[in-house]
Design a protein around this ligand. Structure first.
Ligand code: DC
Length: 279
């Protein structure tokens, strides 16, 4: 990495610096402006998005927003209130009332619903079983999208990860990335995770399930999973986690340098591998 980043961006003043700001790499590209720096990372499940987005944020000294955790926290609210997901009005009222937010003084920031930390609940099977139905409710998405934008206003140096961050929530983000991997690779990764938990899983079955969820995610009416036209698409199929983070850092620096020098080509650097087949 030959570029050095020059930090010209203002620190947000309304919040204390989060622990991750003490990251080792100083953020110094002159890409910053008063509007801050938002980096969006979208893509389907199983691409390792969350962990690499978190590591990238740490490396660059930016805050990290896990928007999937917000939809999961909304699902905890729905479960605790025993609301039928089909009763959209009640779902939205309950989630609005729960005021889903993060405690930014914790590292990583903990997710709160109705003032209580639900971080230990959001990965539960009960939540995973209903979250895609909850996330498909348009009026609920409006509530959480507004909250995500408010978070970015308070934390303007942000890596945000989800399905719709570059396409819907932050269309003006300075850097947009779309992570992908073939359904087979994602199924194999999931099977390996399950094996670690002592659960046997059949890869072809998992692959079929992943393909089904991709279709649901990408065809839903509101906030569908799409690769924004101005995003850099990175296929992680043959990369390990560190290689993905290295590549993401390279993409971000390259984009920011291009933006700060007014270079006409804001296109990504040579991709390390070809993208997987389009689904
Ligand atoms: O990334 P995850 O598995 O934690 O996401 C949980 C669910 O929320 C999943 O069904 C996709 C959905 N989601 C979404 O619709 N939009 C986002 N920005 C983030 C997650």
């Amino acid at each position: 990495m030959t570029q050095t980043l020059a930090s010209t961006m203002p620190e947000p003043s309304s919040h204390p610096p989060s622990p991750r700001r003490a990251a080792t790499t100083p953020m110094t590209v002159g890409s910053g402006s008063a509007s801050g720096l938002v980096i969006t990372i979208d893509g389907p499940a199983g691409t390792g998005k969350s962990s690499v987005a978190r590591l990238l944020a740490r490396r660059l000294g930016l805050d990290f927003l896990d928007t999937g955790a917000m939809y999961r926290a909304a699902s905890v609210v729905v479960l605790d209130a025993k609301i039928d997901v089909a009763d959209q009005q009640r779902v939205v009222a309950a989630v609005r009332g729960a005021d889903i937010r993060f405690d930014w003084t914790a590292d990583p920031p903990s997710i709160l619903a109705a003032g209580r930390c639900v971080a230990d609940r959001i990965r539960g099977h009960d939540v995973t079983a209903i979250v895609s139905g909850v996330a498909a409710i348009g009026s609920l998405r409006e509530v959480l999208v507004a909250q995500q934008r408010a978070i970015a206003a308070a934390h303007p140096r942000l890596v945000t990860e989800g399905r719709d961050q570059g396409s819907v929530v932050f269309p003006d983000a300075k850097v947009k990335i779309y992570l992908d991997a073939s359904p087979l690779i994602r199924a194999q990764r999931r099977a390996a995770q399950l094996a670690e938990q002592g659960v046997a899983a059949d890869v072809p079955t998992l692959e079929a399930e992943i393909a089904r969820r991709d279709k649901l995610d990408s065809t839903r009416a509101v906030g569908p999973l799409v690769c924004p036209t101005d995003a850099v698409r990175l296929d992680t199929s043959v990369l390990n986690r560190d290689q993905v983070v290295d590549e993401l850092e390279r993409i971000v620096l390259s984009r920011l340098v291009a933006a700060s020098t007014g270079a006409s080509s804001a296109s990504p650097p040579t991709p390390p591998i070809p993208s997987g087949p389009e689904r």
